[in-house]
Design a protein. Structure first.
Length: 219
C-alpha cells in the first residue's frame, strides 16, 4: 500500500492543508472561549439557591448532553434559518452549535471545580465584607479554574477533534481540505495518512500537557 507513496502530493497540497488548519484552529479557539464563558454562567446558575433558575440551567445541560453534536449542527444550519427567515451561514451556524453544545460539558466541569472549593472560604469572604458575587470572583473561581485546568484541556482536545464534523455544512476545515484533494488526485493514502499523523501529534502534545498539569496540581 505504501510502496507508491508520493511525498510530492503532500507538498502540493500543503497550502490548502494550512488554510484548512487555520479554519479548524479558528473554530476551536473561539468555541472553547465561548463555551467556557457560557459554561461558567451555566455553572453559577446551576448552583444557585433559587430553584427555578437552577432547574432551567440543569435542563439545558441535560438536554444538550443527550444530543449528538452533528444533530445540533443540523439544527442551526437547516432549522434556525427557517425560523428567523434568513440564512446564518455555515461558519456561524457551526460556531454557535459548538459553543452551545460544549458549554453544557464545560458547565459540569466548572460546577465540579466550584464545588471542590470549601464553602467555608465563601463564608470567610462574606465575613470580611465581600458580597457573594465578589467572593465567587476573587476567592472561589480562581481556585476552581486552577483545579479544572487539566480537565478543561482534555475537553478542549475533544473539541478540536469534533471540528471535523463541519464537513456536513461544506466548510473547508483541515480534514475536508485533505479529503477534497485526496479525491481529486486519487491519492487517498498520502493525504489520509498525513491527516492522521497531524491529528495524532497535536492530540498527543495536548495529552502530555494534561498529564503534566495533573502531576503539578496533584503535588
Amino acid at each position: 500500500m505504501f510502496k507508491d507513496f508520493d511525498w510530492a502530493v503532500i507538498g502540493r497540497a500543503l497550502p490548502f492543508l494550512v488554510d484548512g488548519m487555520g479554519m479548524t484552529l479558528q473554530l476551536t479557539v473561539i468555541a472553547i472561549f465561548g463555551g467556557i464563558c457560557f459554561g461558567t454562567l451555566l455553572a453559577l446558575l446551576r448552583i444557585s439557591p433559587f430553584r427555578p433558575i437552577s432547574f432551567v440551567a440543569g435542563s439545558y445541560v441535560n438536554f444538550f448532553r443527550s444530543m449528538p453534536l452533528i444533530l445540533v449542527i443540523f439544527w442551526f444550519y437547516f432549522l434556525v434559518p427557517q425560523i428567523i427567515g434568513r440564512p446564518i451561514g455555515g461558519f456561524y451556524s457551526v460556531l454557535i452549535a459548538f459553543v452551545m453544545f460544549e458549554a453544557a460539558y464545560y458547565c459540569e466541569i466548572i460546577r465540579a471545580g466550584i464545588q471542590s472549593v470549601t464553602r467555608g472560604q465563601i463564608m470567610a469572604g462574606t465575613a470580611i465584607g465581600l458580597s457573594y458575587i465578589q467572593a465567587m470572583r476573587y476567592i472561589v473561581l480562581p481556585q476552581a479554574f486552577r483545579n479544572m485546568i487539566p480537565v478543561l484541556l482534555t475537553q478542549s482536545i475533544i473539541m478540536f477533534q469534533d471540528t471535523s464534523l463541519v464537513y456536513v455544512v461544506g466548510l473547508r476545515d483541515f480534514l475536508t481540505s485533505a479529503d477534497l484533494i485526496a479525491t481529486r488526485d486519487n491519492r487517498l493514502v498520502e493525504l489520509y495518512s498525513t491527516i492522521a499523523v497531524v491529528y495524532f501529534i497535536l492530540c498527543l502534545l495536548g495529552s502530555l500537557a494534561v498529564r503534566r498539569l495533573q502531576r503539578k496540581y496533584t503535588i
